[in-house]
Design a protein around this ligand. Structure first.
Ligand SMILES: Cc1ncc(COP(=O)(O)O)c(C=O)c1O
Length: 372
């Protein structure tokens, strides 16, 4: 029996260890620990890669969302439209700045937010839209930007799972007014701890975020122009990310290749497989299949040594902490069904052919055993 984890960070470390250690040794001997050369290098690399002029590193992806909303001036009573089928931070960030999350359902096709439903949810109080490129799949940016323009409502891209995803019009993070990225260790570009970044093509927002991440301080130390946070990326974390960044494209390509392999070898099974667009607009942070037999399949694979993940078991409108918003079971049927049916299968770049073959054989074995 094989043992296959959801992600193999040790394998990734073996590949990047030499460069990481070199950078860390330099930082520790120089003792330039906060907002130094490596933060700058990382910000420059990612701003050039995504194609936006402003990239501001911060403590984590959740803070990147909060800083984005603060820069947009979201405050008590403002409504922010978003999807309930995402990681918690997408919506908690809205509530944490005093806003009210307004959920709209996702599309069956790719489980990303449905632009048509965004239009219908707009009120006078709507002050922003947070879209999420879920699992690494770019949202319908043409439609979303049309709505944003027509109503003059800014778009925040939650690109925590989508660094490198894009199409002919640009990369995730370059479409909206502002974007939030996460370097959580399991992300496509994962750090050696927490980390995040705000990206924006708007200099006004970039300038604000740079202040907001250091207590709202401007150019003069201890002079506070606004009430900000302490949300900086440590140099040692930035340095590890600088060492890993050159591999991002290769890793994303391998994720896509793994997804193609699975789709080819699972296509005749009673599973809903993810669509693989040929324009690079899905970089498979997660490879997620759907089946009503999800829980049975997950237990079976666990017995066979294959770790899988459920992203996400409870849509946000049904979370206890969001009960005050007044949603109920049935409010967002597509998200609710996806939460019951989705199963993420290991898709990390270092997966070996023998491991992928084994995963496919075991999934096929499950359906065979159940006469499906
Ligand atoms: C969609 C999404 N948004 C936001 C976040 C928050 O990022 P972080 O964990 O770095 O705070 C994550 C990652 O965990 C995420 O997947």
């Amino acid at each position: 029996m094989m043992n296959i984890p959801m992600i193999n960070l040790k394998a990734q470390y073996r590949k990047t260890k030499k460069d990481i250690m070199k950078n860390l040794t330099e930082i520790l001997s120089e003792q330039r620990l906060i907002l130094g050369k490596y933060c700058r290098l990382l910000e420059e690399s990612i701003s050039a890669y995504v194609g936006v002029p402003e990239a501001i590193s911060c403590a984590n992806g959740t803070d990147a969302l909060i800083l984005s909303l603060m820069a947009l001036g979201i405050k008590e009573g403002d409504e922010v439209i978003t999807t309930p089928y995402t990681f918690f931070a997408t919506a908690s960030s809205i509530a944490l700045v005093g806003g009210r999350p307004v959920f709209v359902d996702v599309k069956e096709k790719d489980l990303n937010i449905d632009p048509e439903l965004i239009s219908r949810a707009i009120t006078k109080k709507t002050k922003a839209i947070i879209i999420v490129h879920l699992f690494g799949r770019l949202c319908d940016m043409d439609e979303i930007l049309k709505i944003s323009k027509a109503h003059n409502i800014p778009v925040v891209e939650d690109m925590a799972q989508a660094l490198g995803s894009g199409n002919a019009n640009g990369k995730a993070g370059s479409f909206g007014d502002i974007a939030a990225l996460s370097f959580y260790p399991t992300k496509n570009l994962g750090g050696i701890g927490e980390g995040g970044m705000v990206l924006t093509k708007r200099h006004d927002l970039g300038k604000k975020v740079r202040k907001l991440r250091v207590h709202g301080m401007g150019d003069t130390t201890y002079h506070h122009e606004m009430i900000g946070m302490n949300s900086r990326l440590d140099e040692i974390k930035a340095a590890a990310l600088v060492a890993k960044f050159p591999f991002l494209e290769e890793w994303n390509r391998k994720r896509i290749d793994n997804a193609i392999f699975y789709n080819t070898n699972l296509k005749d099974l009673p599973l809903i497989l993810p669509e693989i667009p040929d324009d690079g607009s899905h970089i498979f942070h997660h490879y997620v299949v759907r089946t009503e037999k999800r829980d049975g399949l997950q237990s079976f694979l666990k017995e066979k040594g294959i770790q899988t993940g459920i992203y996400y078991p409870i849509p946000l409108h049904l979370q206890e902490c969001f009960r005050y918003l007044g949603y109920r079971d049935g409010s967002f049927p597509i998200s609710e069904r996806a939460a019951k049916e989705s199963l993420a299968i290991p898709v990390y770049p270092e997966l070996k052919k023998t491991e992928k073959d084994y995963i496919v054989r075991m999934i096929r074995g499950y359906f065979k055993e159940h006469g499906l």
